[in-house]
Design a protein around this ligand. Structure first.
Ligand SMILES: C[S@@+](CC[C@H](N)C(=O)[O-])C[C@H]1O[C@@H](n2cnc3c(N)ncnc32)[C@H](O)[C@@H]1O
Length: 280
C-alpha cells in the first residue's frame, strides 16, 4: 500500500539538502556541451503548493526552505538554488519544486528526463506538470527500481540518477543497494544520488555500509542532522546523500556551504553535518 505523500514534507530540511546538492550536480553536468539523461526513480508530483493542501498541515517548509528564503548573503551556490525557488514564485505564489522540477531547470534541448512514480495521484500530477515538455520527458507509473533497468546505459552515455524512495517499507534499504549494484553493471559511469533519512534505527547506517562495500572508486557522503534525536526514538532528525561518481568539485563546495546550512537549519546545539568522500 502506498501511504507516503511527499506533499506533507515539501520544502523541509531534507528536501533542501537533497535539492541543493542535486542542483550542484546538475550545474556541473551541464557545464559540458554533451547531452545527458536525468533519471528519477521516485519522482513524486514534481511541484508542490506550500499555501494549500497537504503542505499546510505541518508546515515542514517553515524549518526548511523558508529559512533560506529569509537569509541574506548566502554563498553563491546556495543563492543559486534559492533563486531557482524564487523564479517560480515571482507572482507571489508559494510553490516548491520537487526533484523533477529542479532537474527541468537545468534541462537543455538535447537532454532527456525519465521519471517513475507509483502513486496514481502523484503520477497524474507529475504527468500534467511536465506534459509541456513533450517527448523530452517521459513519466511512467511504474516501480522505479525496475523501470531504471531499461534506461541504462542511456544512449548519450551520460546520466544523473536520483534514487529517493520513501523507506516506509524497510525493504527499500535493500532495494536501493540492489538497484545500485545492478545499475553499475549496466552503466558504471553514471552519477547516482541516493537520499536517505537519519532515524534511530539500524537500517540507514547499514545501507551506507553496503554502498561503501561496493568499492566504487569515487563517492561522497554528506549528512545534516538538525536536532537531537527524540527521546521516544521516533522521527527523522536528519538526512543524508550518498553519491557515486560525484563531480570532483563537490567536496570543496560542500565544505564551504554545509556550515551555512547547519547554522540556518539547525534547531538546537546538537545540529551538525558530516562530509566524507573518496575521489580519485
Ligand atoms: C520521497 S518521495 C519523492 C520525492 C521527489 N524525489 C522529490 O525530491 O521531489 C518518494 C515517492 O516515491 C513514490 N514511490 C514509492 N515507491 C515507489 C516505487 N517503487 N517506484 C516509484 N515510485 C515509488 C511515492 O509515491 C513518493 O511519491
Amino acid at each position: 500500500m502506498l501511504s507516503y505523500r511527499h506533499a506533507f514534507h515539501a520544502g523541509n530540511h531534507a528536501d533542501v539538502l537533497k535539492h541543493y546538492v542535486l542542483s550542484l550536480v546538475l550545474a556541473y553536468t551541464t557545464q559540458k556541451d554533451k547531452p545527458y539523461w536525468y533519471i528519477d526513480t521516485h519522482a513524486g508530483a514534481g511541484m508542490y503548493s506550500l499555501s494549500e493542501g497537504y503542505a499546510t498541515q505541518n508546515e515542514e517548509h517553515a524549518q526548511g526552505i523558508d529559512k533560506l528564503l529569509a537569509a541574506n548573503n548566502l554563498p553563491e551556490s546556495l543563492a543559486d538554488y534559492v533563486a531557482l525557488i524564487q523564479s517560480l514564485n515571482a507572482d507571489g505564489a508559494r510553490l516548491y519544486p520537487g526533484s523533477p522540477a529542479v532537474a527541468e531547470h537545468y534541462l537543455r534541448a538535447d537532454d532527456r528526463m525519465r521519471l517513475f512514480e507509483l502513486h496514481p495521484n502523484d503520477y497524474k500530477m507529475l504527468s500534467e506538470n511536465f506534459s509541456g515538455l513533450g517527448r523530452q520527458v517521459k513519466a511512467e507509473m511504474q516501480n522505479g527500481f525496475s523501470g531504471i533497468k531499461a534506461c541504462l546505459p542511456p544512449p548519450t552515455r551520460r546520466a544523473v540518477v536520483l534514487i529517493d524512495p520513501p523507506y516506509e517499507d524497510k525493504q527499500d534499504y535493500d532495494y536501493v543497494v540492489k538497484c545500485i549494484q545492478d545499475s553499475l553493471k549496466r552503466f558504471a559511469q553514471g552519477t547516482y544520488i541516493v537520499w536517505y533519512p537519519i532515524l534511530q534505527r539500524a537500517e540507514p547506517a547499514e545501507m551506507i555500509q553496503h554502498l561503501k562495500a561496493l568499492n566504487v572508486p569515487d563517492w561522497l557522503h554528506v549528512t545534516l542532522s538538525i536536532h537531537t534525536p527524540s527521546p521516544e526514538g521516533f522521527g527523522m532528525h536528519g538526512s543524508g546523500l550518498f553519491i557515486i561518481n560525484p563531480p570532483w568539485t563537490l567536496p570543496k563546495t560542500l565544505t564551504e556551504t554545509m556550515p551555512v546550512l547547519r547554522d540556518l537549519l539547525g534547531l538546537d546545539e546538537t545540529a551538525h553535518f558530516t562530509l566524507e568522500s573518496q575521489i580519485h
